[in-house]
Design a protein around this ligand. Structure first.
Ligand SMILES: [Zn+2]
Length: 189
């Protein structure tokens, strides 16, 4: 199997050993390390609460990432989301392909192949196993809306998962929603 150098720019500070990509501190870690943490959260909290925590943490992290990367690369609007999908693909989380993106409403559909959640064991079973990614999409897209002066309220779900043995890919839908209990940075008024 041919292999390639990472497609993301990586710098390592010779003194501190800290990794950075685009000026953002990064941690390089084994896949099982991350999945073992998800499995432990799921065991301790139960799947529903663990997914809510992951959604919020993923949402906030994606929002922060978009804010920093937009400034770093002078990117705007939906291009920041496309850049995000490219970068997380290059960083080994899976291969993310944007199938549809409505630049007026934020409604988006993403195909995911080779998901880390399908490849490893995270303990998430009752719902789609890659649901841990859902908050990432919602946070990034709500940031996109916010940056363009829209107040998108979105809900992200994994509607098909390759982990169930019946689907060839994972499919995420990110749709406008006023459902109570879905995390947003700015609460619905
Ligand atoms: Zn999946």
């Amino acid at each position: 199997m041919a292999s390639f150098e990472p497609a993301v720019p990586i710098r390592v500070d010779p003194e501190t050993g800290i990794w950075t990509t685009d000026g953002l501190p990064m941690i390089y870690l084994p896949r099982h390390f991350y999945l073992n943490h998800i499995a432990a959260f799921t065991k301790a909290l139960g799947e529903g609460p663990a997914l809510r925590v992951l959604y919020e943490a993923g949402y906030e992290s994606a929002w922060q990432w978009c804010e920093k990367e937009a400034a770093q690369h002078n990117l705007h609007g939906a291009d920041v989301f496309l850049h995000y999908m490219k970068r997380i693909s290059q960083r080994g989380w899976g291969q993310f392909t944007v199938l549809e993106l409505n630049r007026s409403t934020g409604e988006t559909r993403v195909q995911l192949d080779h998901s880390v959640f399908v490849a490893g064991h995270s303990g998430l079973e009752k719902q789609s196993v890659c649901s841990g990614f859902a908050g990432w999409f919602a946070g990034a897209l709500e940031w996109v809306g916010h940056s363009m002066g829209f107040n998108w309220k979105l809900k992200a779900t994994e509607d098909e998962c390759a982990g169930d043995g019946q689907h060839g890919h994972c499919i995420f839908w990110i749709r406008p929603s006023n459902e109570i209990g879905i995390y947003h940075r700015v609460a619905i008024k």
